[in-house]
Design a protein around this ligand. Structure first.
Ligand SMILES: NC(=O)c1ccc[n+]([C@@H]2O[C@H](COP(=O)([O-])OP(=O)(O)OC[C@H]3O[C@@H](n4cnc5c(N)ncnc54)[C@H](OP(=O)(O)O)[C@@H]3O)[C@@H](O)[C@H]2O)c1
Length: 298
């Protein structure tokens, strides 16, 4: 298979690239950054796919700045919705399979049980709204051959993410105030990347005219941002206390859902995936982090 991975400079894109390097595969992967394929321009997208041909697109690119999206609605909508719509149209007319990544922020967070794929989505912020529009565009254009994987609270060894931020802040401060009334599940991008690479090898994914579906994927378990931060600080061994605060005490431009734990039953059963407990993956990621050397510089 010829496989295109967009968002190659992002957390998930980099994680998939690193996994592909480690595995023996007969598939050919092309990783593109914004420079090679800018999703904010429809003509760029059109021109790119006129020249380059693929069997599968893994779309990891997205406008992910949740608070900024409140002010830059058009930009967020372009990358998360309009570009996705165009990619789906190109995929459909060229018989290309599509794996698209979406978010738990399509939900309003009012359900206290794990969200299933069939639950009603009702985003609270622009980012969630544009991601949902992207999902809907795919499902209406591609009756077959697309899967949408909703994930949550993504962190990795790469870029700015919650783990890296907490590590940096914990070294500079004796206390951190972290929100404890938003509950969800962290996702280690390396685990999600592995899941995606395993899905594309699965016979079910490769069935002829497989009906397009949504799946949920995160690590296992649940926690608040406060629990997550506390665990990061504990594993790092840095001396810093973490104090729980309420969402109201940490105002942000974008409203966030309170509970977005997602059921992983559908994806794990369908594709025979073992899902790792969030604290185990966090330990694994932090072992890999070059921030360990950063910690030593303290
Ligand atoms: N991060 C999370 O907590 C989280 C939670 C739920 C769902 N998700 C979803 O998971 C997927 C992967 O997220 P991630 O954490 O890997 O995000 P990320 O680290 O922010 O990476 C996103 C990538 O998209 C690229 N991008 C943005 N605008 C672009 C454009 N106009 N043209 C081409 N590329 C563009 C960015 O390029 P630059 O590097 O040049 O900026 C970046 O490399 C996304 O679909 C996201 O919505 C993420």
């Amino acid at each position: 298979m010829f496989i295109l991975v967009t968002g190659a400079n992002g957390q998930l894109g980099k994680s998939i690239k690193s996994l592909v390097k480690q595995q023996k595969t007969s598939d050919s992967f092309v990783f593109v950054t914004r420079n090679q394929l800018d999703l904010s321009s429809l003509s760029n997208i059109q021109n790119y796919f006129e020249v380059h041909k693929f069997d599968l697109i893994i779309n990891c690119a997205a406008y992910t700045a949740v608070d900024k999206a409140e002010h830059y609605q058009q930009e967020a909508g372009m990358v998360n919705h309009i570009a996705v719509k165009q990619i789906a149209e190109i995929a459909k007319s060229n018989n290309i399979k599509l794996i698209h990544v979406s978010t738990d922020f399509v939900f309003d967070g009012l359900k206290h049980e794990p969200y299933c794929e069939s639950d009603t989505s009702s985003p609270l912020n622009i980012y969630g709204k544009t991601k949902l529009e992207g999902e809907n565009a795919i499902l209406s254009i591609m009756k077959f051959n697309a899967i949408i994987i909703r994930t949550s609270w993504v962190y990795s060894e790469y870029g700015n993410n919650f783990v890296a931020t907490i590590l940096k802040l914990a070294q500079k401060n004796s206390n951190l105030n972290i929100v404890s009334d938003q509950i969800g599940t962290p996702t280690y991008a390396g685990d999600l990347g592995k899941a995606i690479l395993s899905i594309i090898k699965n016979a079910k994914f490769n069935e002829f005219e497989r009906v397009s579906e949504i799946y949920h994927y995160s690590n296992e378990g649940r926690c608040s941002w406060y629990d997550f931060a506390k665990e990061v600080v504990n594993i790092s061994g840095v001396k810093c206390t973490v104090t729980p605060i309420n969402t109201e005490d940490y105002p942000t431009a974008a409203k966030r859902p309170k509970h977005t734990i997602m059921s992983k039953e559908k994806i794990s059963k369908e594709f025979d995936l073992k899902i790792i407990f969030w604290k185990d993956s966090l330990k694994y990621c932090m072992k890999n982090l070059s921030t360990l050397s950063l910690l030593n510089k303290k």
